[in-house]
Every structure is written in structure tokens, then in C-alpha cells.
Design a protein around this ligand. Structure first.
Ligand code: GUN
Length: 294
């Protein structure tokens, strides 16, 4: 048996087409959705991510604004930019690219963003709302994973989902979303005892540890659905390549469905950011969704 590939590129394209239609609808009401991206410092990966976000926004008709600050910028300078964007009614979404330089307190910056414009879903107002099951702006990568799961599994209720990793960006919000979908949820982390055994009971595995190919065939129950959030650059045979947290070749014959890396979760993250921007714009103008859900 070989697992079905979950095509993140194709599913992200579907989401982006829905977003583009929503943008057209909003523009017809005189609303032009806008996303502001704040980048502090010179981290090369962050520059690539920001460029891709701005490109994707343009493709779906979302106006984007970029604010680039030097690596030496103070927290006060970043807060000043955020304050201006919070007060600007033409800006619907604000994203501060992480990580920030070490001298800036990340939490202080994230808490300064107006929760209604927090398209990353990192403000404690949105984090709290998610854990209470309220409809809020939801972190993009876990929201993208949910969309992949809904495309793959007809009924998530009662499924045992194991999330490997407990980060604020992926693991914790992922667990909250799975719980809201009526899954039974186990979160594994670096201090978990017998993680492999627990993971072996899962119908759904979400791997978000940041360790190349850590999850091999021994971790996976036959027929499980495997979502690989990891994007790790390794050098193999003198060549640089991207691999996930899952040993794809080893798990392929065991799982029923699996995301590839690249081309699985990655494209979904940006698609969900665009979705959140449109949701924020709509909510700020008191409009209700004319589409069920993503
Ligand atoms: N850096 C890595 N992932 C993310 C993300 O989802 N949002 C932001 N703002 N920065 C990131």
C-alpha cells in the first residue's frame, strides 16, 4: 500500500481562489483589504517569507504595505509603527515577522497589535478566544493543517490526533483546533515519556518538532493520516534540500495519506494568512461571511 499524497499546493490554490472571490466582493462594497507586514533586521529566511507574502497578497488583490526596520531598531520604534497601523482604518491586517532581534521582547510587540487586525492570531485575546472555542483570527499554519485534514477525512469527530511539538505558533493552537473539531487530542513534547508508543495509537499525526526525519515508520499506525509541518534544510550527498520532520519514504507505505515537503503544509500557511486578512477586513466593516468556512 502507498499513502495518498495530500497536495498542499492544489488545496492552497483553492483557498486563494476563494479569497480572491471574497476580495472582489469586498471591493464591490468599496472596501479594499490591506495587509501591513513589518520586518525587523536582516534574517534571510524572514526576507524570503515576507517577499512571498507580499507577492501572494498582490495575486489575490489584497493591497500590501511593507515596513522594514534596521536590526538595531528599538522596541519603541517598532511599537510606533504598530500604533500608526492600528490607527489607520485602511489597514485591516498587521503581521510582524518573527523572529525579532534578541533585544526586542517579542510578546510586548505582539500584544501591541490590535486583536481585530492580528492576522497571525498571536495576541492573547485571540489565543484565549481559540482555547474557548470562539471564532477568532486563527494562527495560519494550524488553520492550514485543519483545511488539509478536512479535505482528507470526512468526519474528524472522535479521531485520536497526536500533535508532536508544543510551540505557541503551531503545536498549542493546533491542539485547540483539533479539540474544537471533536478530536481526542494528545500533545507530545521533548519531555514526554514513550512518545513513539503514544504516537503509534494516532489516527492523525501532526509533526511540528523541527527535527529532520525524526518520525519514522515505527511511530505510525497503519492507515494514519500524517501532516508534516517541518521544513528543515539538510545537506545530503553534497546537495542542499528541504525535508520534513517525518521520514517520508519510510512512512509512505504505512500511512493512508501524507503531506510532502515541500508542497504540503508550506503553501497553506500563506493562503490562510490571505484568508485571515479578508476575514479581518470583513469583520472590521461589520459584514458577515457569505461563505460557510474554510
Ligand atoms: N515566523 C515563522 N512563522 C511565522 C508566522 O506564522 N508568523 C510570523 N509573523 N512570523 C513567523
Amino acid at each position: 500500500m502507498s499513502a495518498t499524497l495530500i497536495d498542499g499546493k492544489a488545496i492552497a490554490a483553492e483557498v486563494l481562489a476563494e479569497v480572491a472571490a471574497d476580495v472582489d466582493y469586498l471591493k464591490a462594497q468599496g472596501i479594499e483589504p490591506a495587509l501591513a507586514v513589518v520586518l525587523v533586521g536582516e534574517d534571510p529566511a524572514s526576507h524570503v517569507y515576507v517577499r512571498n507574502k507580499v507577492l501572494r497578497a498582490g495575486e489575490v488583490g489584497i493591497r500590501s504595505l511593507e515596513y522594514r526596520l534596521s536590526v538595531e531598531a528599538s522596541a519603541e520604534e517598532v511599537l510606533e509603527v504598530i500604533s500608526t497601523l492600528n490607527d489607520d482604518p485602511t489597514v485591516n491586517g498587521i503581521l510582524v515577522q518573527l523572529p525579532l532581534p534578541a533585544h526586542i521582547d517579542e510578546n510586548r510587540i505582539l500584544q501591541a497589535i490590535d486583536p481585530a487586525k492580528d492576522v497571525d492570531g498571536f495576541h492573547s485575546e485571540n489565543v484565549g478566544g481559540l482555547s474557548q472555542g470562539r471564532a477568532v483570527l486563527t494562527p495560519c499554519t494550524p488553520a492550514g493543517c485543519m483545511r488539509l485534514l478536512r479535505n482528507t477525512i470526512d468526519d474528524l469527530r472522535g479521531k485520536h490526533a497526536v500533535v508532536i511539538g508544543r510551540s505557541n505558533i503551531v503545536g498549542k493552537p493546533m491542539a485547540a483546533l483539533l479539540l474544537a473539531a471533536d478530536c481526542t487530542v494528545t500533545v507530545l513534547h521533548s519531555r514526554s515519556s514513550k512518545p513513539q508508543k503514544l504516537c503509534g495509537q494516532a489516527d492523525i499525526v501532526i509533526a511540528a518538532v523541527g527535527r529532520p526525519r525524526m518520525i519514522d515508520a515505527e511511530w505510525i499506525k497503519p492507515g494514519a493520516v500524517v501532516i508534516d509541518v517541518g521544513i528543515n534544510r539538510i545537506t545530503e550527498g553534497g546537495r542542499s534540500r528541504l525535508v520534513g520532520d517525518v521520514d517520508f519514504d519510510a512512512v509512505l507505505p504505512i500511512a493512508s495519506a501524507i503531506t510532502p515537503v515541500p508542497g504540503g503544509v508550506g503553501p497553506m500557511t500563506i493562503a490562510m494568512l490571505m484568508h485571515n486578512t479578508v476575514t479581518a477586513a470583513r469583520q472590521q466593516h461589520g459584514l458577515t461571511a457569505h461563505r460557510e468556512s474554510y
